[in-house]
Design a protein around this ligand. Structure first.
Ligand code: HEM
Length: 124
């Protein structure tokens, strides 16, 4: 489950960067930015589903940190969506991208701090 979580996150970040930059054209958007955005939304669902399953599996131990991880993960995904929608509508997604970067770092740090997974193993 955690490998699927990590694979989906890597895919989501790569797709986010490509989609964000494909929206950012002089005529507003390129022809492929909409489909890319749809695929990205599908990947959000995989991240949320795998995260939720692990949360239900292991979350009873360190409840506060698991709660924060859950929240930070959901906020990160919300910020990705907001950055893309703002960029598409008015070209003002940059602030959201900066906040998103901070949240991604916090979420990844929390994920590594929590005990399961290959990244945590690298640091133990
Ligand atoms: C873009 C959003 C997200 C990012 C960048 C992210 C990142 C990570 C990372 C890096 C790990 C650690 C993997 C490892 O140690 O090998 C992890 C684990 C985990 N994530 Fe996420 N995650 C996100 C979204 C979510 C969401 C939405 C949820 C809950 C619904 C969630 C719940 C969890 C749980 C429960 C773990 C296992 C923690 C443990 O027991 O060690 N994540 N995540």
């Amino acid at each position: 489950m955690i490998h699927l979580h990590l694979t989906a996150i890597v895919l989501a970040v790569i797709l986010f960067i490509i989609t964000y930059n494909s929206v950012d054209t002089p005529d507003g958007q390129s022809t492929y930015s909409k489909p890319l955005h749809m695929v990205l939304r599908l990947i959000y669902l995989i991240v949320i589903f795998t995260g939720l399953m692990m949360f239900l599996d292991f979350g009873s131990g360190n409840q506060m940190m698991y709660g924060l991880k859950f929240l930070a993960g959901l906020i990160s995904i919300g910020l990705m969506e907001m950055a893309l929608v703002r960029q598409r509508k008015s070209g003002t997604g940059r602030t959201m991208v900066i906040i998103l970067t901070v949240f991604l770092i916090v979420t990844i740090a929390l994920g590594i701090y929590l005990p399961a997974g290959p990244l945590s193993a690298l640091f133990s």
